[in-house]
Design a protein around this ligand. Sequence first.
Ligand code: MN
Length: 263
Amino acid sequence: MTDRPIILLSNDDGIRADGLQAVAQTLAAVGELWVVAPDRERSAIGHAITLDRPLRVEEVRPRWLAVSGTPADSVYLGTLHLLPRKPDLVVSGINNGYNLGSDIFYSGTVAAAVEGTIRGVPSIAVSIEFQPEPDFAAAARFAAALARTTVERGLPPGNLLNVNLAAGAPRGYAWTRLGKRIYREQVTERVDLRGKRYFWIGGPAVAAPDAAGTDCEAVRAGVVSVTPLDLEMTSSALEGALPEWRLDGFEAVGEPRKAPGAP
Ligand code: MN
């Protein structure tokens, strides 16, 4: 690459979040940094995009743009319109709180990186173990090292990297796969001042044994977890079985769809 790489940084904790500020400092040494991030916290917003109202963009300082929308909105605007050209890398984070296992389906942090991937830009999401007074230094240094190598080597289309770090000094890193993060299934019902019921959903994470090679196992051992994610989500487990199904009153049309390269 002859030009300095352009890096787009976003998050779901909002443009004022300490985790974003920390990684902005280390990423500035890797390339020309642009920040396009939600103007407030939008954690657990998933991959929502805003289609029912206009988006406003405020320049809070040069190359730092606050968006009145979601993480995915921010990356969409950043990659397609707000930057001088399409960036060479999207980084999302650093989120204060893990995004392990099934967390990725709720996470705005991961969604911002997925949006970068959909726009054809190599993308990384970075999260740390939740702490009331988080220290982002180690994660920010790791993110910069991974960012530099990802820009050099690139990622296959449709693929991204999801990084998680435990609190404290990491003991190296490991390439992992998604584990299972189990939360207590919990619905709390209460009654408001007008006598109407309302609900809080979701319980705390439950301690459970972690499968070998997973993101959950790595962070428990104090190792930085880097999980490659693939947006190709067609089920290979069901691809073989579904052609046997018969649906009353309907005709199956065409050959069963097989993944490229499948036997
Ligand atoms: Mn968050």
